[in-house]
Design a protein around this ligand. Structure first.
Ligand code: NAP
Length: 266
């Protein structure tokens, strides 16, 4: 049995994840964290019969119970502290929360190696997003120029999305995109060319009506390729990928980014 604590158990993703863990024969839910639901049973907090586990107000409080894996689906402000606390206790971590940058990931990797535990972070655990990332890395070998459009609901607090951060991180391992006119030499407003992250231009759109989507547009003279992932309004696509990560994160030490790192996609 893999003993799991979910930080953010009452959230949009967490409320689907926690019952799925309870239902899985090889997983055990030993901790659930939410500030507002602290002290309630998880069943009361989610409005689901059963689930007698008491909700903790902090990760530190929840990890008093023997735990193998912390899954974090909280928010960009709290995630790093939660992850480092778990690593300090030699608890493996699956990070679903977005908002961490390359510097945060370097710190998490160093801590994980020092304590001999595995951490798997994915900007998007949905299989269609994982495939987009994989196909985009293949396309970047043949198409020299690309930019990314990152779409989310108006209420998403962070930009660019974790999905997009991971895509551009992965593309940077293939090569730097060719840019005809350096961004700093743009006439008018260089800001209009978007954010440069890992060498790629990113354009983040935050509008009501979107859930989450990412589009990588590759260009070459007289041809164009668009690869696009569109997430729907339910959290199911993230649950399966997250649970797979929880099962595989014991197989390595240090940080890995992207669910494809533990899948056999070749
Ligand atoms: N990687 C992926 O595939 C994927 C998929 C979907 C979403 N996400 C990301 O995952 C994160 C969560 O998304 P969501 O839509 O589920 O968010 P949400 O609905 O706002 O839920 C957040 C949850 O975290 C708890 N929480 C927030 N801050 C906390 C803190 N400091 N300590 C403990 N618990 C805290 C909230 O409860 P209280 O407020 O009561 O504490 C709630 O249970 C976001 O960053 C989102 O972008 C990633």
């Amino acid at each position: 049995m893999i003993r799991i604590c979910v930080a953010g158990a009452t959230g949009w993703v967490g409320r689907s994840l926690a019952p799925a863990i309870v239902a899985a024969p090889d997983l055990e839910l030993v901790g659930a964290v939410s500030r507002a639901a602290r002290g309630k049973t998880l069943g009361e907090a989610l409005g689901i019969p059963g689930l007698p586990l008491r909700v903790s107000g902090t990760v530190a409080e929840a990890l008093v119970a023997e735990t193998d894996v912390l899954i974090d689906y909280t928010n960009p402000e709290g995630v790093k502290a939660n992850v480092l606390q778990a690593i300090d206790r030699k608890v493996r971590v699956v990070i679903g929360t977005s908002g961490l940058d390359d510097k945060d990931f370097a710190e998490i990797d160093e801590a994980a190696r020092r304590h001999g535990v595995g951490v798997l972070a994915a900007g998007n655990f949905a299989i269609s997003a994982v495939l987009l990332q994989h196909f985009a890395a293949i396309a970047a070998r043949y198409m020299p120029s690309w930019e990314v459009i990152d779409y989310s609901d108006a209420g998403k607090p962070d930009a660019p999305s974790g999905t997009t951060r991971e895509i551009v991180h992965r593309l940077s391992k293939v090569r730097a995109p060719e840019v005809a006119i350096p961004i700093g030499e743009t006439q008018g407003s260089p800001e209009a060319r978007g954010l440069t992250l890992n060498g790629t231009q990113i354009h983040s759109i935050r509008l009501p009506g979107y859930v989450i989507a990412a589009e990588v547009i590759f260009g070459k003279p007289n041809e164009r390729l668009s690869l696009r992932y569109d997430g729907g309004s339910g959290a199911e696509p993230y649950v399966d990928g997250t649970l797979l990560a929880a099962r595989r994160v014991g197989g390595f030490v240090g940080l890995r980014r992207g669910l494809d790192q533990v899948l056999d996609l070749v």
